[in-house]
Design a protein around this ligand. Structure first.
Ligand code: SF4
Length: 336
């Protein structure tokens, strides 16, 4: 598949404009992500339509807690990533790009949409598992068809994308979960190969678009768990995106090249309590505990409006439009 968002120079070298790396790619070479190759001055995607992983997931698994809670979504992902996180929890597919696309099944958007339509209790398609920007054009084609069929589109992303292609996505994607891996540019540079500011720009742009947004923050001991940086992050979110922004503070487990010990419960709870001083909806993820950071409370009357146990969700005090049944506050979640 030929892609867009690039410019070709006189000597057939290319500047890719899809993500903030803006790679300069010579003929027969790929960019940093490894999935976009310069073939005689055309930028081709090596892995378009190749599905590395798929499944019908609870939407809470994305995680999205305020978008059709209790529903399921057909989730698909491919290979490759434009970041090189040393702690990647999905490194088998994100850091493993097929050398050649021969021998892989190349799915068609229409086939995936047809499957999504007939899966029981499914609300749409989530582009997830690896970084969906890597299959940007395939995602756009699939999302256009899905939208025509009345399905919802969800993107789970590292947020490292340029604003022009992001604007194309916000026309099609209904809900985003974006990683905010740290509030330190050094962390991004040293442990991900990216930069902080483009991710902040992505978050602001999605907010401006009016599309549903939730944020994930994976807390890695000694790497991004400083209270000062975290408070700066929570302040930035509250000031720039609004205090009703949904934040998931997630427990890290050793993965890939990062082998520091898992995040302690006390650190997660401390950050949770700090975030709650700035934001209305904060959750703790990957903790496998139902004691704190699972349920949704109404910010106005404090009633528990959603109870969660693992991926089981019960809308205990929400009406059909997502408003608190006790005091009428809302909408707290999107339900239609
Ligand atoms: S999408 Fe890939 S090739 Fe394009 S700028 Fe980003 S890392 Fe480079």
């Amino acid at each position: 598949m030929i892609t867009k968002y690039y410019n070709t120079n006189d000597n057939n070298s290319i500047i890719c404009e899809l993500c903030p790396h803006n790679c300069h790619i010579k003929v027969d070479k790929t960019g940093i992500c490894g999935v976009r190759r310069n073939v005689n001055g055309n930028l081709e995607i090596l892995s378009s339509g190749i599905i590395a992983s798929s499944g019908l997931d609870p939407i809470e698994k994305k995680p999205l807690y305020h978008y059709y809670p209790g529903h399921k979504i057909y989730s698909i992902g491919g290979y490759g990533c434009n970041l090189k996180c040393t702690f990647c929890q999905n490194h088998e597919i994100s850091q493993n790009v097929p050398e050649r696309s021969n021998g892989f099944r190349h799915n068609q958007p229409a086939d995936l949409v047809a499957k999504a339509k007939f899966l029981p209790e499914n609300i749409g398609i989530a582009y997830t598992y690896n970084e969906p920007t890597m299959f940007f054009e395939f995602m756009v084609q699939t999302a256009e068809l899905a939208k025509l069929e009345g399905l919802k589109n969800v993107m789970v992303s590292n947020g490292f994308i340029n604003l022009k292609p992001l604007d194309e996505l916000t026309e099609l994607i209904d809900a985003f979960n974006i990683d905010l891996k740290s509030f330190s540019d050094n962390f991004y540079k040293e442990l991900t190969g990216g930069r902080l500011n483009p991710v902040l720009n992505t978050l602001s742009r999605i907010k401006e678009s009016g599309k549903h947004l939730e944020i994930s923050f994976l807390v890695i001991p000694t790497k991004n768990d400083s209270l000062d940086d975290s408070l700066a992050m929570f302040n930035w979110i509250a000031t720039n995106l609004g205090e009703d922004t949904i934040l998931h503070i997630n427990k890290y487990y050793p993965a890939y090249k990062m082998q520091v010990h898992p995040t302690s419960t006390s650190t997660l709870v401390e950050l949770y309590e700090l975030a709650k001083t700035k934001l209305k909806f904060v959750y703790i993820g990957n903790l496998h505990s139902e004691e704190i950071g699972c349920n949704t409370q109404c910010p106005s009357c404090s009633a528990t409006v959603i109870k969660r146990s693992g991926y089981h969700t019960s809308l205990s005090a929400l009406d059909s439009k997502g408003y608190c049944k006790i005091c009428g506050y809302g909408p707290i979640v999107i339900l239609d």
